[in-house]
Design a binder for this molecule. Structure first.
Ligand code: PEP
Length: 253
């Protein structure tokens, strides 16, 4: 079954509101000619309202980079999902920077996935191994556990609200990419584990992105892999021309 390509830009902690508006405008214009590809941008929280207003008539999807699973409360510095409803379509959860720098456990990320689906928002659940895991031959075990923990409270019927992103940690922001074969193989293993956790239909229909130093020079070959349904992009999402070139490449597959 053909799965729609998704090119998603994680802007991380970059761009003032003014800069974010300019980048969003450039992305909307550059992606416009390629409606077959779904395009999503994930700016900082503070830029979301202005971008939501600017993109109200655009097909570009808007997402948040994180959210807290509680409805509200004493969680200084956090953003709750009810604050995002009506503002965003998607929420990235479990990014390796949240796991490694902010100490988020797979269990906590699973709580966030559950809470996000409860609000009818799409989850982009990130998983990926450290270099030591890959070198020790533990990639499938590590990634498999992250997938199981992240989805532990999600029923098969809810899986249309879940997108997975396989992001080998050693390839994020480093200029190193997984080879197209490595990306395809690990994403294929994730698909096989979804068939075990759920069923073949879920495994065939869930979109799984690759992320890790994707740029216009390496995307074509990775994008052509059977199991790869798009990209989660950090650095190259900060320039409208580079990011929309990825959209053009996906549209030409
Ligand atoms: C990311 O942060 O999700 C990412 C893939 O970053 P980069 O493209 O910069 O490696």
């Amino acid at each position: 079954m053909a799965r729609q390509q998704l090119i998603a830009g994680n802007w991380k902690m970059n761009k003032t509101i003014e800069e974010a508006l300019a980048l969003g405008e450039g992305v909307a214009a550059g992606a416009g000619p390629y409606p077959a590809v779904e395009v999503a941008i994930f700016p900082t929280f503070v830029a979301l309202p202005a971008l939501a207003a600017m993109l109200a008539d655009s097909t570009l999807k808007l997402g948040a980079q994180n959210a807290h699973p509680a409805e509200s409360g004493a969680f200084t510095g956090e953003i709750a999902l009810p604050m995002l409803v009506g503002l965003v379509d998607m929420v990235i959860l479990g990014h390796s920077e949240r796991r490694a720098i902010f100490g988020e456990s797979s269990e906590f990320i699973g709580d966030k996935v559950r809470a996000t689906l409860d609000k009818d928002l799409t989850t982009v659940l990130c998983v990926g191994e450290q270099l030591e895991d890959r070198n020790a031959g533990n990639t499938d075990a590590v990634v498999g556990a992250q997938v199981r923990d992240g989805l532990r409270a999600v029923a098969a019927a809810e899986m249309p609200g879940v997108i997975l992103a396989y992001e080998p940690v050693w390839a994020i922001g480093t200029g190193l990419t997984a080879s197209p074969e490595q990306a395809d193989e690990t994403i294929g293993t994730i698909r096989a584990s979804l068939a075990e956790l759920y069923d073949g239909d879920v495994a065939d229909t869930v979109r799984i992105l690759y992320g890790g130093s994707v740029n216009p020079g390496n995307w074509d070959e990775i994008a052509r892999q059977e199991n790869v349904d798009g990209a989660l992009v950090g650095g190259a999402s900060l320039k409208a021309e580079d990011f929309t070139e990825l959209v053009r490449i996906s549209a030409a597959l």
